[in-house]
Design a protein around this ligand. Structure first.
Ligand code: SD4
Length: 326
């Protein structure tokens, strides 16, 4: 964690940059080029997600199937404390999940504040494919999932329950983001046909208020796909991403000719500008890909990494570029 001195040092150094209105031309992020098909996924758990997605992509399958299969891996893993089964609960001890998915044809589906369903991403996909709606929340989302044959199951593991009970002793209301290296999983892929898709799923901020929904299930905030341009997804403090329509902004920067990494950096820059009085411990990261198979990631602070898989180099972890050292 940064000391107050570092924080002041950072503030003095960066306030001029944060206040300049010329953010459009301010970019340091490098270019990273993969080849198609390609999949990238957030954080260390992105590695397992990529492995599952890659089985589909290398056999000629669709990017939509790949991202869904990919993010189902951490959703089902009780050791991933920020996604699906085993996710940390809200302050009332309830595990409530948010997810969304989008294909290359501007079709999307989302669920938010859903309980007892291990794979919200697959429910989100069915919202997209089987309903005229884009998003269903809470009890309605659970009912829809049950009607579609999903099982109701307790997602609060003993370990997450213990941690929550420990938290209750102080009940300090500070939604915790980026605990260790486990967080929201966002996955983006481009398949052999050149179709792009994305998926994002999370248990949200640990010990959040009951009913709180973050950016992750919100199309345009946690995820955005434009089949003609590229795709982006976000991780970090959802409120900051919502306030800036983060992922949609990344895609718009790519539309205007920026590389994925540059576009992510510009969105990070915008968040830093709009949150200049709320920067303490603020972390947000984006990953993005474009139609040409370029990809990139950028975060406010160091520590954000993502997995990349393609035929040239296989599955590997890469660090995102960043603006501030913790
Ligand atoms: C949220 N963006 O609910 C999610 C949490 C997250 O890194 O991504 N943390 O705000």
């Amino acid at each position: 964690m940064r000391s107050r001195r570092d924080f002041l040092k950072f503030s003095a150094l960066s306030s001029a940059a944060l206040l300049t209105p010329t953010l459009q031309s301010f970019s340091f992020a490098g270019k990273r080029k993969g080849n198609k098909p390609l999949m990238i996924s957030t954080w260390n758990h992105g590695f397992g997600a990529n492995a599952a997605g890659w089985e589909i992509l290398e056999n000629g399958g669709s990017s939509l199937d790949a991202v869904e299969a990919g993010v189902r891996v951490p959703e089902a893993d009780p050791n991933e404390r920020s996604v699906g089964y085993g996710g940390l609960p809200d302050r009332d001890g309830k595990v409530t999940l948010d997810a969304c998915i989008m294909n290359h044809e501007y079709e999307c589906g989302a669920v938010a504040f859903i309980e007892d369903i291990m794979h919200p991403i697959s429910v989100a996909r069915l919202v997209m494919e089987k309903t005229p709606h884009a998003m269903i929340v809470g009890e309605g989302a659970k009912q829809f999932a049950l009607d579609q044959g999903f099982k109701s199951e307790n997602l609060l593991t003993e370990k997450s329950k213990k941690d929550w009970e420990e938290w209750l002793k102080k009940s300090e209301y500070k939604p915790v983001i980026n605990i260790e290296n486990h967080d929201t999983i966002g996955a983006l892929a481009i398949d052999a046909k050149g179709h792009i898709a994305g998926a994002c799923t999370t248990s949200g901020a640990a010990y959040k208020m009951h009913g709180r929904v973050g950016d992750s299930p919100l199309i345009g905030a946690g995820l955005f796909v434009d089949g003609e341009i590229g795709a982006a997804c976000a991780t970090g403090l959802g409120e900051a991403v919502i306030r800036t329509a983060g992922s949609a902004m990344v895609v718009e920067h790519m539309r205007n000719g920026k590389s994925p990494a540059e576009a992510c950096e510009m969105a990070v820059q915008r968040i830093m500008h709009t949150h200049k009085n709320k920067m303490e411990n603020l972390q947000v990261g984006f990953i993005a890909i474009n139609k040409d198979g370029e990809y990139g990631g950028f975060s406010i602070r160091n520590g954000f990494n993502f997995a990349v898989v393609d035929t040239a180099k296989g599955n590997r972890m890469e660090d995102a570029e960043f603006k501030i050292k913790w």
